[in-house]
Design a protein around this ligand. Structure first.
Ligand code: NAI
Length: 680
């Protein structure tokens, strides 16, 4: 086996090359190798300095997360950094591609940092429910000050090479070859050590610290890792560094074993897995450079922006010239907004817009490698579009539909090439939401699925493979969840209580607030369309229909489950309460109080039950996929892991009791999930 760190001599400079592919993650072997190299530097009089660099372009993109769930092996990172600080000779970190988490802490533990312009640096630990545990909370503020360090660490902000150079985190941007620049820099230090631990903190206005902490707590929903990070960074100003480092390490140690960190690590791995498919291993994706988006409405404009951001050439096609122009104006406005907010430079915005072509001439579709249809949700309309695409698109082009509910095969089968047809279900707003359900039809070719996953990754989405069934994965689960919440308001809770309980759990918005926002009429129409096939033995809550019948279709009509004040804040409407009471009475239900605990438990169990069904039916392929869908598309709190994560924590026996209980409360037909699919 190759050494995780190889040692090369370049005259009086020893170069320690970290070689732990694919991302040079910090591991016990890497730490041991570094320690050996630093010991050599200390004892060999022929050596004046060291450079630490990563093999294969990346410095160290993070730590091996698998290590974090168990006792950490020695030597640990703080010991490596202490050895660097104490070795008596300068050590320079040469950073390329990624220096993140423990990798950036290692770099901050060196005497200087030389980087390429394309490097990304940052301390994203908080997004994994922990804090930097090897001095990041102490060394970072010694360069950027306490307030900025709080903001950076609590948000997991990543800086590019230039931004890091401007902030003083990087001492030099290499213009030529990185290793040569780092060696030259190390020689120029002429033996001088300058560890960050000896740097005096930039003085800070306490009001700035206070403001940074307040913002971070709000954005981070007061999660334990955010609270601990603020405390650790702030202690840089009040405690001697060794005491502050010891406290940082203790906080890191206790957080890494917390349920929250466990859930976030689980999510991290589930997301990584979701984009990989054993079935598609070795299947080459078709090349895609140009994407046509058909239908320039809400979704079409978001998809076009996502595609432009992903570096694709985009062709926007419409039937309606005015709708097309409105959409192009919306896209231009979007880029202008990002430039004005300082989030994108003007040249890049212009370059993106220059890659956008818009047209009502459908012959242009022949230039596209991938077509994404986002016209009205109507089977006949979509079938008509696909007939035309079949006629006009070039052979081998991938034809995708963004349908939310329609049968993919019914769309694919109007073409002569159903093997090229796939579902690409984006979420609104499509340039923001991470989730992308990649739906496989009966005939979809493996290389078309591979292409869809590939494009999804380039669009910076989290793609999840789903089978072709009504509502795919996400909307099916969401519908079971909403149904259970409707049961609860029929039994005795009111919408604001259900929403408050689920928002306290971590959802950004409860289901009734969401329904008001998206409009109650879409689901109403769907219920009318499927009324004939509904099993009369199954429980059916009339409340949403009653609201729609009185014209309460949500925010757009001034109210739905809630009334809205002039500022748009939701308020309780006595009329809605009366209507709900009436609906319960009509069913002969004596209303009772449901506490927050019951509301959350039932909501989560309803989703779990549906997840088990989807897995049994093969609509979802792997348990983790379900959780990736819920957290990236439906606002399920990441730090809760997802419903499969919950099920596994609960265990078989308790879960069987839970579902039995849910079944009794929900009536016939609701609980049908098979537990083994969640627990295997
Ligand atoms: P929309 O009504 O905002 O936009 C549809 C656009 O398609 C309109 O600009 C219309 O002029 C154009 N169009 C209609 N028929 C056309 C045709 N034959 N040829 C070319 N253009 C045509 O609709 P929205 O909300 O963007 O939805 C589009 C699709 O995306 C639907 O299938 C919907 O179910 C799906 N979807 C919608 C989501 C949402 O939150 N709005 C979320 C996920 C999927």
């Amino acid at each position: 086996m190759k050494d995780a760190v190889s040692i090369e001599r370049h005259g009086d400079v020893v170069v320690l090359v970290i070689d732990n592919p694919p991302i040079n993650a910090g591991s016990a072997a890497v730490r041991r190798g570094l320690l050996d190299g630093i010991e050599l530097l200390g004892r060999d009089d022929a050596l004046a300095a060291a450079v630490i660099i990563g093999a294969g372009n990346t410095f160290v993109a993070g730590s091996d997360l698998k290590e974090f769930g168990q006792p950490l092996e020695h030597p640990q990172l703080p010991a490596v950094i202490a050895a660097i600080e104490n070795c008596g000779k300068p050590v320079v970190a040469a950073l390329d591609r990624a220096a993140l988490g423990g990798g950036f802490e290692l770099a901050l533990g060196c005497d200087a940092r030389v980087a390429t312009a394309r490097v990304v640096v940052g301390l994203p630990e908080v997004t994994l429910g922990i804090i930097p545990g090897a001095g990041g909370t102490q060394r970072l503020p010694r360069i950027v000050g306490v307030p900025r360090a709080i903001r950076m660490i609590c948000s997991g902000e990543r800086l590019s090479g230039q931004a890091a150079f401007k902030a003083g985190l990087v001492n030099e941007i290499a213009t030529g070859e990185l290793l040569a620049a780092a060696i030259a820099y190390a020689r120029r230090l002429n033996g001088a050590k300058s560890p960050l631990r000896t740097v005096t903190l930039p003085s800070t206005d306490p009001a700035e610290v206070e403001a940074a902490s307040r913002d971070a707590l709000r954005a981070g929903k007061k999660r334990p890792a955010v609270v601990a990070a603020i405390e650790a960074v702030s202690s840089a100003a009040s405690l001697p560094i060794d005491e502050a480092l010891a406290r940082e390490r203790a906080a890191f140690e206790s957080l890494r074993l917390s349920r929250e960190a466990h859930a976030l690590r689980y999510q991290f791995f589930a997301e990584r897995e979701a984009a990989r498919h054993p079935r598609l291993k070795g299947v080459a994706a078709r090349p895609v450079a140009r994407i046509a988006v058909i239908g320039a409405g809400t979704m079409g404009s978001g998809i076009a922006i996502a595609a432009l951001d992903g570096g694709y050439d985009v062709l926007l096609l419409e039937q309606d010239q005015a709708a097309l122009e409105r959409c192009v104006a919306r896209i231009a406005e979007h880029y202008r907004g990002r430039v004005e907010a300082g989030r994108l430079d003007a040249a890049r915005a212009d370059a993106s817009l220059a890659r956008l072509e818009s047209s009502i001439d459908w012959n242009r579709v022949a230039t596209a490698d991938l077509v994404i249809e986002a016209v009205y949700e109507d089977l006949a309309v979509k079938q008509d579009v696909f007939r035309r695409l079949d006629h006009l698109a070039r052979p081998g082009a991938v034809l995708a539909t963004n349908t939310s509910y329609l049968d993919l095969d019914a769309i694919a089968n109007v073409t002569s090439r159903p093997q090229d047809v796939v579902g690409l279900h984006f979420f609104s707003p499509a340039h923001v939401m991470k989730l992308l359900e990649v739906v496989s039809g009966a005939a979809t070719a493996p290389d078309v699925l591979a292409t869809a996953l590939d494009v999804g990754k380039r669009l910076r989405k989290v793609p999840v493979l789903a089978g072709n069934a009504f509502g795919f994965i996400g909307n099916r689960i969401y519908s079971a969840y909403r149904k259970q919440c409707e049961f609860m308001i029929e039994e005795g809770a009111y919408p604001e209580q259900v929403d408050a309980a689920l928002e306290a759990f971590g959802f950004a918005m409860g289901p009734f607030a969401v329904a008001d926002l998206s409009g109650l009429d879409i689901a109403w129409r769907m219920r009318q369309n499927t009324a004939a096939s509904r099993d009369p033995a199954h429980r059916y809550v009339r409340i949403p229909d009653m609201l729609c019948e009185t014209g309460r279709l949500g925010r757009k009509t001034g109210g739905g489950y809630y009334a809205y004040d002039p500022e748009g804040r939701r308020t309780v409407d006595p009329e809605v309460r009366r209507l709900i009471d009436e609906a319960s009475a009509a069913r002969g239900i004596t209303r009772r109080v449901l506490d927050e605990h019951e509301i959350r438990r039932r909501a989560v169990l309803a989703m779990m039950n549906e997840a088990a069904l989807l897995l049994a039916e093969g609509v979802a392929q792997r348990p983790g996929d379900v959780d990736v869908v819920l957290t990236n598309g439906y606002g399920f709190p990441r730090w809760e892991g997802g419903v499969v994560f919950h099920a596994r924590q609960r265990g078989h026996e308790a879960l069987a009791r839970d579902l039995d209980w849910l079944g009794k409360l929900s009536g016939p037909g609701f609980v049908r999930g098979e537990l083994r699919y969640l627990l295997d």
